[in-house]
Design a binder for this molecule. Structure first.
Ligand SMILES: Nc1ncnc2c1ncn2[C@@H]1O[C@H](COP(=O)(O)OP(=O)(O)O)[C@@H](O)[C@H]1O
Ligand SMILES: [Mg+2]
Length: 240
């Protein structure tokens, strides 16, 4: 099992991180560093180990066979494809769940306002659309002021229009709070639109590690955007 050490100079640091299931290696000896406040997108084919890596960084993989060193901040938040809200708890209660200390509810209200859900504190999760539920999930992660935000295909179940709005929201929240981000996605455009660095996982390793230096707002038609997309699609085995 991995040794877990804490340090501040990087948000994420792995050395020789290896994970496998039933003797099959999924993550093969990965050295990865993510700087404080760095926004990284992780691409890879289905089954390439993206979620396995994210779960390792979230320390949610207890009992999984593996080795290597891993250093991550204690203040982490994880967002999944489904919002994982408790259906029997109102929106604000979902946001502040497990958060103690004075002012928790005030912080929860402020986080809901930041994601555009002021006034919906007393709604039940099933009264919200899928996009709104993911906004609540983002508020719930924000309220913990994470140094590292781990998001596993958080917009994967949303319609195209809602997804575009959520991209803008995530980037806005990121600009304001500056956590390090690892965003798992299978959507190349989402990766190039949002991230400052894109990693492609293939055969258990980062096969591509590419800085995206495009100014913002980014336009999918920009020749540089098109070049990044073509390069990443090729790395994924898809010809553009
Ligand atoms: N709990 C598990 N038990 C057995 N195999 C698993 C488990 N989780 C993931 N795997 C396998 O590990 C590989 C990588 O899975 P995953 O990390 O979920 O890929 P991705 O998120 O890139 O689609 C897949 O072949 C998957 O079947
Ligand atoms: Mg996955």
């Amino acid at each position: 099992m991995a040794t877990v050490a804490r340090e501040l100079s990087t948000a994420v640091r792995t050395r020789g991180l290896t994970r496998g299931f039933g003797g099959r290696i999924v993550l093969d000896d990965i050295d990865l560093e993510i700087g404080p406040g760095e926004f990284v997108a992780l691409l890879g084919r289905s089954g390439s180990g993206k979620s396995t890596l994210l779960r390792a960084l979230a320390e949610l993989d207890d009992g999984v066979a593996g080795s290597g060193e891993l250093a991550v901040p204690a203040e982490r938040a994880v967002v999944f494809q489904d919002s994982r809200l408790l259906p029997w708890a109102r929106v604000l209660d979902n946001v502040v769940l497990g958060l103690d200390g004075a002012g928790a509810r005030e912080k929860g209200r402020a986080a809901l306002a930041e994601v555009g859900l002021a006034g919906r504190e007393r709604a039940w999760p099933n009264e919200l659309s899928g996009g709104e539920q993911q906004r609540v999930a983002l508020a719930r992660s924000l309220v913990r002021e994470p140094a590292l935000l781990l998001a596993d295909e958080p917009f994967g179940a949303l319609d195209a229009l809602t997804r575009i709005k959520m991209h803008a929201l995530l980037r806005e929240l990121y600009d304001r709070h500056r956590p390090a981000v690892l965003l798992v996605t299978h959507d190349v455009e989402e990766a190039v639109t949002l991230a400052d660095r894109v990693i492609v996982l293939d055969a258990g390793r980062p096969a591509v590690d590419r800085e995206i230096g495009l100014p913002r707002p980014r336009h999918t038609g920009d020749p540089e955007f098109v070049a990044h997309r073509a390069h990443l699609l090729a790395a994924l085995g898809v010809e553009g």
